[in-house]
Design a protein around this ligand. Sequence first.
Ligand code: PHE
Length: 339
Amino acid sequence: MEEQLNKLVSDCTAQISSAANRKELSDIKVRVLGKSGELTALLRNLKDLPSEERPEAGKHMNIARAALEEKFAEKFASLREEEVAARLASEKIDITIDKPKRDIGCLHPLSSVRNRIIDFFVSLGFIVTDSPEIETDYYNFEALNTPADHPARDVQDTFYITDHILLRSQTSTGQIRTMEKIKPPIKMISPGRVYRSDDIDATHSPMFHQIEGLVVDKNITMCDLKGILDMFAQYFFGEQCKTRFRPSYFPFTEPSVEVDATCNHCHGSGCRVCKGTGWIEILGAGMVNRNVLSGCGIDPDEYTGFAFGMGLDRITNIIHKTDMRAVFENDIRFLKQFK
Ligand code: PHE
């Protein structure tokens, strides 16, 4: 039996060391140490030995079993390491390899100009609101003090969906929607798309963008409007930029003004962009009409406010010397210039 044991141990040791992978190794282990394995069978035969030899033989077998188990464990560990190393080597990524360059896009010029404008007003504590593009005539006209016979209501100018539903022609609708929801003090801007029944040319488009502004509080005066717009013009066009107010008319503001900034291309001396005047019109504005405030449930004797509305496309076209068609055609060669 002693001989059988020694042979088994040396055969098994040889097999362990030549096992190529963990599966092969565990097959060997089952064959030798498993329930019906070779060593287990030898152990069972112990009972055939004379009783005085049994303890000694049993001891040898247990030592042999423990030694083999240790060898299996060592080999398992080293095979595992080899397999992991082989896998790591096969999965290695060569990060030095050349690959085709990918084009990174950029914001549309309208988006980046809009974002810059929003950043300025947000830094002064204005909130940014959104309002629907499909509106009722109440929000687009009536609540904005625009009487039924006003020319802007004409189908020549406004796209109607039904008699009372239309595509908003101005973001001033956002003034009403805001004043219905929040009470003064109010400081908000509202950017968005507007629609007018115009043919497309260098300065017109049936769809364009505006940014509305509204401030309502106690003791708001036209000086506040002028102060904020001066700051805005300097932030946007540069410190040398000046603004001027020209009297104008909007049904929902009284008094109303059109605001010009010194031309950012010639700084006032006159060039093609400003058609030789040195000034460019940037927005319409005014003090919120009393009727508009009271229509929204705000007491015009207690509160005053100003509003302004600027054409985003217009401002973008001025600073980039482009025109409406280029801005809306989405020609990649044109858009790529704004990286
Ligand atoms: N809504 C006006 C327009 O579209 C601009 C404006 C806004 C004027 C707010 C005054 C106050 O022309």
